[in-house]
Every structure is written in C-alpha cells, then in structure tokens.
Ligand binder design. Structure first.
Ligand SMILES: *[C@@H]1O[C@H](CO)[C@@H](O)[C@H](O)[C@H]1NC(C)=O
Ligand SMILES: *[C@@H]1O[C@H](CO)[C@@H](O)[C@H](O)[C@H]1NC(C)=O
Length: 477
C-alpha cells in the first residue's frame, strides 16, 4: 500500500503556521494506525526525525512545532537529525548484507568485533560503503572491519566521533552483529557549494590581479574571465557585492581538475581526507561502494555511464564533454539526447561537477584510479532506499519485545535463585493460615453447639452473658 504522498510539502513549511501542521501529519498517522493493531496503539512509539531543513528554522517556530506534536498524545518522541549512518544501514539491509552467509561465492570480510580485541576475528558478509554528494555536502560511510590505530592521540579523539559502533543483533549480547562504521559529512563539499567556493575565489583573486596589473578581466562581456571548468564558449556570470564578473568557458577538464585541487582542503597528514578530516584506511581490494546523487548525476545525466564506474572511461567522456562547444551541447539538449531530468543548469556545470566528483573520489578520499568496485546509482534495486528505513532499523533495533522478553527471563531467573528462601516463608505462612482457620472453625462450631443448648433451655440474653468464657478462647488460640 502506498504511503500518503507528502513529497510536495515539508513540515518546515509550517514554521509560521504550526497549528496547521496537523493537516499534514494526520493522514500519515492514520496510515500508520491502520497497520498497527488497535490494542497496540497505546504502546507504539512514534518517531519524528528531521532532515537538515529543520535546522534552519527559527528557534521559536521549531519550539511551536514541537509543542503541537507533544501536546497531542503520549507518544514517545525522538527528535533527531539524520545521519549518513541511516542510509548505510538502509542500503545494506536492502542488499541483505546483514544476513548470515551461506553462499561460498559471497564476498566476506574478516571482522574484529569492537570491544573484544583479544577475541578471534569472525567472518561475515561484506557490507557496502556509500558515497553521497548533494548540493551542499558530501558524505561517506563504510564499515571498518579491523581495529584501527591512530597517528596521534589528537587524531584518536577526533576519530571517536567519526566511528559509530552499534549492535544490529536482537540483543546486546549477540556481539557477532556489532558494526564499526566510519561516518563523515563534509559541509561545503557538495557540488553547488564547491562551485560557489570556486567562484568566490575566482572573483576575489581576479579583482586583486586586476588592481595590481591594471587589467579589466571579467569586467565586461568582451573581456571575460576564461574558466576551464565551463564547456567551451559557455557563458556565466558571478554576482558579488553589486559587481558582475563575466566568465567564458574554455572546457579544459585537466586544467579544471588542477584548479579545484586546493578546494579539497587536503593536509599533509596521513589518514586524512577532505579538510584534513581523519579517514581510516579503505581495503581497496576487498570493498564495494555505491555513489549516490551527484556521483550518479554526473556520470549518468549527460555522460550516460551510470552504474559500474571506470575512472579511465569517465575521464575520457568528461574531457570530451568539456571540450564540446556550448551551442553543440545546447542543440543536443534541445533534441532530447540527455536524461529527462537534466536541465540547462546541469549542462552548464556538468564539466565542473564531473571534475569535482573525480577529485573528491580519487584525491579527497584517495581511491586509486584503478578502483573498480564503485557503482553509481539513483537507488538500490527497485526500492528507493531512503534514510528513513535505516533510521527505523537503527532506532528500533532492540525495541520493544525482545528486550521485554529478556527482562522477564532475567526476572524469573532471580526468582529461582532466591527460591528456597521465599519457599520457606510461603510454607510457614500457609501452615499458619491452616492453624488459624481450624481454630476459627472450632470456635464457630462451639458457638453453634452452645446456641442450640441455650435455645433448648433459657432466654438468648443469658447466652450473651454466659458465652464462652474469655480464658477458654485465649487458651484455644
Ligand atoms: C578550506 O580551508 C580554508 C582555509 O583554511 C578555510 O577557510 C575554508 O573554510 C575551508 N573550507 C571548508 C569548506 O571547510
Ligand atoms: C606538513 O606541513 C607543515 C607545514 O605546511 C610542516 O611543518 C610539517 O612538517 C608537514 N608534515 C609532514 C608530515 O610532512
């Protein structure tokens, strides 16, 4: 069954009218409610997770939205921003990489379970790593099967925040399902953000040079700044501080790659990637990666080589594309030769973005040019892998029955340990009750006999005064 389509709108759009957010959330809740038995509604947790869009809301709006949700019902609410970790879990789940291996041909890795370094390594299915480049950020996540060492204690401190360790087993004791995953997000390293940083730098350095050398480069469309990262003769403008700088493409892919190299922000330290951020070694001979978003668009939209990535073929196609004159590209575009979602923006920045993707992958993340286990993809299999799937798997991995059952098991365990002690007390108590009951029955019987005797002889009032003597009762007790 289809989930009500909410794509056209997002919660953050209700920032100014939080009271209307119910119209948005109720169809979703109804959908969920239909799939959960009524009796379980009360104990079913509801998770509300947010993408980075929520981060940019003003604090007051966010507080109001939270209030609208929390004042509704006694659901368990967890607010959290998404992590590439969710995507990693979702994809590996869909690909069946968390299952036990029974096929000899299947790729496996030797894993040192985190937290049990002295124990023998186990053999487990190889998981896939993911690379995702959006407009603003680039993300990477992959399993680190072996225990890692660090160049310095400083690096170790940083690494701790980038290495997620979690158990996907049914309970915390199933350590064979513990995963150690490197997860890093690089803000400013997405395709559009990179182009922006590049343009900012072109603008300021050109203005500086013009001032020093008395030139007018880029100030008019007749003397444009020559940009090797735009296709030949493609025109572009940079607007900054009320000034316009005119660009014209020269379509030199290799020169473009060289020019964008500084924007990787590499350092000379070992085991680091973009921005000098720690990156544990990747086992290039035994690993598998999926590249999403820009990795897919830049290989598929116009170059039509999405899927199995081959660096040499990609470079050749990207070079040819950059070196093609803009009017020719436009004409091909108008004839519908490119993917349906490729637009003019794609056409213009494809040259830059293919160079950027290439450099991020090979220079930033240090994958060798011969690496042959990267697949670029829009989705995995037919199911669109969304971070939500991974988020649910991660958030509910121990929830709720397994843990509850385990608690009960532990509970009965402790009963057995204290059994003899408790048992003795019960026995004593039961004996005491039996004795007490016998006495009561005896007294009742005595009274009935006494009453019968009184009825046969004199008035009832006499019975009251002459009832069983108190000494006799206490003696019986
Ligand atoms: C790259 O490094 C420069 C200089 O250290 C710094 O100003 C810039 O913020 C860095 N870029 C990103 C995206 O972190
Ligand atoms: C890295 O570069 C800095 C200065 O740029 C230098 O002082 C340092 O020795 C270099 N480190 C290595 C390991 O090359």
């Amino acid at each position: 069954q289809d989930i009500p389509n909410r794509k056209s709108q997002s919660i953050s759009e209700f920032a100014n009218t939080p009271e209307k957010v119910s119209d948005y959330i109720f169809p979703l809740l109804h959908f969920a409610a239909e799939h959960v038995p009524r009796a379980k509604h009360k104990e079913t947790p509801l998770y509300i997770l947010c993408t980075a869009g929520m981060r940019i809301l003003p604090e007051r709006s966010l507080a109001l939205l939270i209030f609208v949700f929390t004042s509704r019902r006694q659901y368990l609410k967890i607010w959290s921003l998404i992590s590439p970790l969710y995507a990693w879990i979702g994809i590996n789940f869909v690909l069946g990489r968390f299952e036990h291996t029974d096929d000899e041909d299947e790729a496996v890795v030797e894993v040192h379970i985190p937290g049990s370094e002295n124990k023998e390594a186990i053999i487990r299915k190889r998981t896939v790593g993911i690379l995702d480049m959006g407009g603003v950020s680039t993300q990477i996540a992959y399993e680190v099967p072996k225990t890692v060492s660090f160049a310095s204690s400083q690096q170790e401190e940083v690494a701790k925040n980038l290495l997620a360790e979690f158990n996907l087993g049914c309970d915390a004791h199933q350590t064979e399902h513990v995963y150690r995953v490197y997860v890093a997000t690089f803000l400013g390293f997405g395709g559009n953000a990179a182009r922006q940083r590049y343009e900012n730098s072109v603008f300021s350095s050109t203005v500086l040079k013009n001032g020093l050398l008395g030139r007018q480069t880029g100030m008019t469309s007749d003397s444009p700044y020559l940009d090797p990262c735009l296709p030949v003769d493609a025109q572009d403008e940079i607007h900054q501080n009320g000034q316009i700088m005119y660009l014209r493409g020269t379509g030199d892919f290799n020169l473009c790659r060289e020019l964008i190299q500084p924007f990787m922000n590499k350092t000379n330290e070992t085991q680091t990637s973009l921005n000098g951020v720690y990156q544990p070694a990747v086992h290039f001979q035994n690993s598998e990666f999926y590249g999403f978003s820009e990795f897919y668009y830049s290989t598929e939209d116009v170059l039509r080589m999405g899927g199995d990535y081959n660096a040499a073929k990609f470079i050749k196609a990207a070079k040819d594309y950059c070196a093609t004159k803009w009017p020719v590209l436009r004409e091909r575009f108008d004839r519908g030769l490119y993917a349906s979602h490729a637009d003019l923006h794609r056409l213009k920045y494809q040259c830059f973005k293919s160079a950027w993707v290439y450099e991020v992958f090979h220079s930033g993340f240090s994958f060798p040019a011969s690496y042959s286990n990267l697949k670029t993809a829009l989705q995995v299999y037919d199911k669109e892998v969304q971070w939500t799937l991974g988020a649910i798997l991660y958030r509910t991995r121990f929830l709720p029955l397994r843990d509850i059952q385990q608690e009960n098991f532990r509970g009965s365990h402790s009963h057995w340990r204290s059994f003899s002690f408790v048992y003795n007390h019960y026995l004593f108590f039961v004996c005491f009750l039996i004795v007490l009951l016998s006495i009561l029955l005896y007294l009742l019987r005595l009274r009935r006999i006494h009453r019968r005797m009184l009825r046969n002889s004199s008035s009832p009032s006499l019975w009251m005064e002459e009832g069983l003597p108190p000494q006799k009762i206490s003696a019986a007790l």
